[in-house]
Design a protein around this ligand. Structure first.
Ligand code: HEC
Ligand code: HEC
Length: 290
């Protein structure tokens, strides 16, 4: 049936719909909120955007990461998540993207745990939609998945206690809850907690450090960031903590090493003061560990 044969009382709403702003759709994600989340907290670029000499190559944003991640059960690289129809996720539905981002399930089944879905489970429905809207707003870049890509494991989820399921939007008004939310999305504790058999031990080792990262800077050990006065950061001032998080500087002012310095400069430097204050208040309450 063509529009001009509709009865007059139907023709008006149809005409209105044609001009309905896309942003007014109930589930339409807020692109700027998505940009903030991705750039300041979730750091998707870290594994999904190629790098130039010392920074991300934004001309190929989300076209796939440079690093290869390997473990006993997988060898993977961050795939193309730009909106390219053929080689990216342009043809994926919002539902498929949600499954990948918070449940760690891709089109071909479970994703290797390098994709940190456990840290993103806390995303509010609004924030998850905002991230998807931001991904969709990026330029499509054609770049096929780079080999090697192998998975042969079953991986149990390890979300942080209290952050295993979507938060309600209204909860974020509470500073304590916001601090936990920021810590989860920014993956602070997945790097800074003790590990047993390759999995974070949040119950007794939250923030205790010890995990080793091997990169160009050598073997870098994640620091104890519990409230312990001497082994942790209990004696640090708020300003010293902020400087470490947003500028990648140690307490004495020397430069921290990657991956902390990279994340600080490229991402955490963009954290809003509200999120940063909430994060620090939350960190101060992590029980001290030797
Ligand atoms: C620490 C590295 C890392 C970060 C940070 C990261 N990812 Fe991933 N992601 C991966 C890896 C590696 C894979 C592929 C895993 C596999 O093949 O099993 C992946 C897979 C995906 C997939 C599935 C794509 C496909 O073709 O199968 C999507 C979608 C995705 N990530 C989106 C995101 C978004 C959005 C963010 C930020 C909110 C993000 N990722 C942050 C490493 C990361
Ligand atoms: C990808 C892993 C990773 C993530 C994510 C991460 N860190 Fe770090 N962080 C490290 C490593 C490794 C070091 C040690 C760097 C060094 O010794 O040069 C470090 C150092 C630090 C330090 C300095 C401590 C000291 O004693 O010098 C602080 C504070 C810190 N991180 C807080 C955080 C917070 C808060 C977050 C989340 C917003 C976070 N980190 C996210 C790996 C990480």
């Amino acid at each position: 049936m063509s529009v001009n044969r509709l009865p007059p009382y139907l023709a008006i709403p149809v005409a209105l719909l044609a001009f309905w702003p896309v942003g007014a759709r109930a589930d339409a994600g807020d692109v700027e909120r998505g940009r903030y989340l991705v750039e300041a907290l979730t750091a998707c670029d870290n594994c999904h955007t190629p790098r130039g000499a010392d920074r991300y190559d934004y001309s190929k944003r989300f076209a796939g990461g440079a690093q290869t991640f390997s473990d006993k059960t997988y060898v993977v690289r961050g795939p193309n998540i730009s909106p390219d129809q053929e080689t990216g996720v342009g043809a994926w539905t919002d539902e498929e993207l949600r499954d990948a981002i918070v449940d760690g399930v891709g089109r071909a089944g479970r994703l290797a745990p390098v994709m940190p879905s456990d840290s993103y489970k806390a995303l509010t429905a609004r924030d998850l939609n905002a991230i998807i809207a931001f991904l969709r707003s990026a330029a499509p870049v054609g770049a096929p998945l780079q080999a090697p890509q192998q998975r042969s494991g079953e991986w149990a989820p390890h979300p942080m206690p209290g952050a295993a399921a979507a938060f309600g939007e209204a909860w974020l008004a509470d500073k304590d809850v916001r601090g936990l939310y920021v810590a989860s999305l920014a993956r602070c504790m997945s790097c800074h907690s003790e590990e047993i058999d390759g999995a974070p031990e949040y119950r007794n080792g939250l923030g205790a450090g010890g995990k080793i990262f091997r990169n160009a800077a050598g073997a870098v050990v994640a620091s104890n960031i519990t409230s312990h006065a001497t082994n942790g950061v209990g004696a640090w001032s708020d300003e010293e903590l902020k400087r470490a998080i947003t500028q990648g500087l140690a307490r004495g002012g020397s430069s921290l090493r990657p991956p902390m310095s990279t994340l600080s400069k490229a991402h955490f430097s963009k954290m809003s003061s509200e999120d940063l204050d909430a994060l620090i208040a939350w960190m101060r309450r992590i029980p001290p560990k030797e």
